[in-house]
Design a protein around this ligand. Structure first.
Ligand SMILES: C[S@@+](CC[C@H](N)C(=O)[O-])C[C@H]1O[C@@H](n2cnc3c(N)ncnc32)[C@H](O)[C@@H]1O
Length: 223
C-alpha cells in the first residue's frame, strides 16, 4: 500500500483541476506556504470549509492551529463580516506572519489570534462557539477535544482536519515507526468522535481526511 495520499491520485488531481484557482492575496499566502513548507489546508479542504461556513453561517469560530492565518482568512471571507474568529498558535513567528496577513486582507477586526499552547489557551476560554476547527498537533486532538466539547454551542460543528493522516490511521502496514504513537492516538480520537453520545460524525476522505461532528446537547438517544 502506497501511503502518503489518502485518495486516488487521479481523483485528487481532478478535484484540483476543477476547483477555481485562488487569486489576490490568498494566492500569495499559498505561494508563501508552499515555498516555506508551511502546512496549510488542501485546496479541496478550503472549498469544503467554505461550504460549511456558508451553510452554518457561524457568528463565532474557534480555530486551533493558525500557522500563517490562511484557513482563518478563508473562513472569515466565506462567512462575511458578521463572524468573529479566534485562532490559537504557539509559534511566535507564525503568529507575526498571521497578524500581518490579516492586516493585508483587512480582516484584523474580524480575526483575533492568541499566541500560546492550545491546551493552556483553551483552558482559559469560556465563551462558546458555533464552529471549532481543529488543525494543530495531531497527537493532541484528544486533549483539544476535551475543551472543544465544552466550548461548542448546541448544533455547532467540530471540524477535525488530517484525521486520516496520510492513510496511516486506516492501515497498519503503512504506519512509519516514529508515527506509531500519533497514529494510535488519532485512531482512539476517531473512534471516540464516531461513538460520542452527543455527536453525529462523518469522516470524509478529502485532503488528509476530515471529520465533521455536529454537537447535540440533549444527546442522540433522546427523541
Ligand atoms: C497544519 S498547521 C495549521 C494550518 C492552518 N490551519 C491553515 O490551514 O492555514 C498547524 C499549526 O498548529 C500549530 N500548533 C501545533 N500544536 C499546537 C499547540 N499545541 N498549540 C498551538 N498551536 C499549535 C503549529 O505551530 C502550526 O503552525
Amino acid at each position: 500500500m502506497a501511503g502518503e495520499k489518502i485518495n486516488y491520485e487521479y481523483i485528487t488531481e481532478y478535484l484540483h483541476q476543477i476547483l477555481p484557482e485562488t487569486t489576490g492575496y490568498l494566492r500569495a499566502m499559498e505561494e508563501y506556504a508552499n515555498k516555506n513548507d508551511v502546512p496549510i489546508i488542501h485546496k479541496e479542504m478550503k472549498a469544503f470549509l467554505e461550504v460549511l461556513c456558508k451553510v452554518k453561517k457561524p457568528d463565532r469560530i474557534l480555530e486551533i492551529g493558525s500557522a500563517i492565518g490562511y484557513s482563518a482568512s478563508c473562513m472569515a471571507l466565506a462567512c462575511g463580516n458578521c463572524c468573529q474568529i479566534t485562532t490559537i498558535e504557539r509559534d511566535s513567528d507564525m503568529t507575526t506572519l498571521a497578524i500581518n496577513n490579516f492586516e493585508k486582507l483587512g480582516l484584523s477586526d474580524q480575526i483575533r489570534i492568541i499566541e500560546g499552547d492550545a491546551v493552556e489557551v483553551l483552558s482559559c476560554l469560556t465563551s462558546k462557539y458555533d464552529m471549532i476547527f481543529i488543525d494543530a498537533a495531531k497527537g493532541y486532538y484528544n486533549e483539544f477535544f476535551e475543551y472543544a466539547i465544552n466550548l461548542i454551542n448546541d448544533g455547532g460543528l467540530i471540524i477535525s482536519d488530517n484525521v486520516l493522516y496520510k492513510g496511516m490511521t486506516a492501515e497498519d502496514s503503512i504506519v512509519k515507526r516514529r508515527q506509531k504513537t500519533i497514529v494510535g492516538r488519532m485512531r482512539e480520537y476517531l473512534i471516540m468522535l464516531c461513538n460520542h453520545k452527543k455527536l453525529t460524525t462523518s469522516v470524509i476522505p478529502i485532503g488528509d481526511g476530515v471529520a465533521v461532528s455536529i454537537y447535540n446537547e440533549r444527546g442522540n438517544d433522546i427523541e
